[in-house]
Design a protein around this ligand. Structure first.
Ligand code: SF4
Length: 357
């Protein structure tokens, strides 16, 4: 082969290779293009589907909104029912807010003024259960349920003479304790409680009454009311004692409309500084025992009548009201006494002995 022919062949081979490369590149591009197009189409389809789904979703949403409309109607009905209850179909105790249009500030002022007036009338107010130490107070308070403090005070001397410490009472023969506690009523349950709480004191608190609310309420027979009596009077820690008198009076005074003792405690606690809580409890309970009785409050002889929205619930005639007072003639030996003026005006009318209620 000549040199010219060889060069021609090489040029031909190069051209063919170039053509193949171009074709291959085109093919690749074509494939890529096809794939890309397919992908784009697929994306478009997906987008289309998404769009359709969104549309469907929107439609569904609209449908749901339309369907929800009746629910909105149902919600709108609820207040009507509530209104109906408020209009008188529910018992009065369902109303939990103090009636009337007294502002919170005015309520605080009036409540504190009532407490100041009662502090003047009962400067010596104190827990009426006899006790010499925290153990005796917690036991006496447990025993005071469903009976009078007077009855408890008549019973506890024999109990504490026989069982002076938690260890003694924890190891006591229940039948012997029942005999001592019989005059207090519910003596079997009370025997179980005081022996149980004595055992708990010995086993869990080293024979000492704990000075914390969370520990006291763990003792058998000890609820928040008893715990606050103990904290306030044996440990000097502020507490509100929500007993039957306290509940009745704070509702009469419209300090709160609550009926649950824990909620009453919270509502009244918000009206007074903590430092007032223990004395406030004594003032209110003393007033409830002596003047503002459950059935026949002595409104006509009441020192806080001008501040009381319930004035008139009881006897308003001063002469008749004076006869309803339960007051210790001469007071307690060695203690200051400042009975209500109405009682002084009564000219020393003998008062029934305290202890009932
Ligand atoms: S006025 Fe009557 S109801 Fe009011 S606190 Fe005095 S005794 Fe109770």
């Amino acid at each position: 082969m000549t040199r010219a022919a060889s060069a021609k062949k090489a040029a031909s081979a190069k051209k063919a290779a170039s053509t193949r490369q171009t074709a291959s590149a085109k093919e690749t591009a074509s494939v890529k293009g096809t794939a890309s197009a397919k992908k784009a189409a697929s994306a478009k389809k997906a987008a289309s589907k998404t769009s359709a789904a969104q549309k469907a979703s929107k439609k569904a949403s609209k449908g749901a909104a339309v369907k929800k409309a009746p629910a909105a109607k149902k919600v709108a009905v609820a207040p009507k029912k509530a209104t109906a209850r408020l209009k008188g179909t529910a018992p009065a105790k369902a109303v939990v807010h103090p009636p009337g249009d007294e502002s919170p500030t005015a309520l605080v002022r009036r409540a504190r003024r009532i407490n100041r007036e009662l502090a003047e009338v009962f400067p010596y107010a104190h827990p009426e259960l006899d006790f010499e130490n925290p153990f005796q107070l917690v036991v006496a308070t447990v025993l005071s349920a469903q009976t009078t403090d007077l009855r408890v005070n008549q019973t506890t001397p024999a109990l504490f003479a026989t069982y002076p410490t938690p260890e003694d009472l924890a190891a006591a023969n229940p039948e012997e304790v029942e005999e001592i506690l019989r005059p207090c009523g519910f003596f079997r349950a009370k025997t179980k409680s005081v022996i149980g709480l004595s055992k708990a004191l010995v086993e869990d608190f080293g024979g000492e009454v704990p000075g914390r609310l969370e520990d006291l309420v763990k003792l058998p027979g000890v609820g928040r009311k008893t715990a606050f009596v103990v904290l306030g009077n044996a440990f000097g820690r502020p507490g509100i004692t929500v007993d039957t008198h306290f509940q009745r009076l704070v509702r009469r005074w419209r300090w709160t409309g609550e009926t649950d003792p824990d909620k009453i405690e919270a509502a009244i606690g918000a009206l007074f500084p903590k430092s007032d809580w223990t004395d406030l409890s004594h003032h209110v309970i003393w007033h409830g025992r002596r003047i503002c009785h459950a059935r026949k409050p002595a409104c006509g002889a009441c020192p806080i009548a001008p501040l009381c929205p319930a004035y008139g619930e009881g006897e308003t005639d001063p002469e008749k009201a004076k006869k309803l007072l339960k007051y210790e003639k001469g007071g307690f030996p060695g203690q200051r006494l400042k009975p209500p003026q109405a009682y002084l005006d009564a000219g020393g009318t003998p008062a029934p002995p305290l202890g009932a209620g």
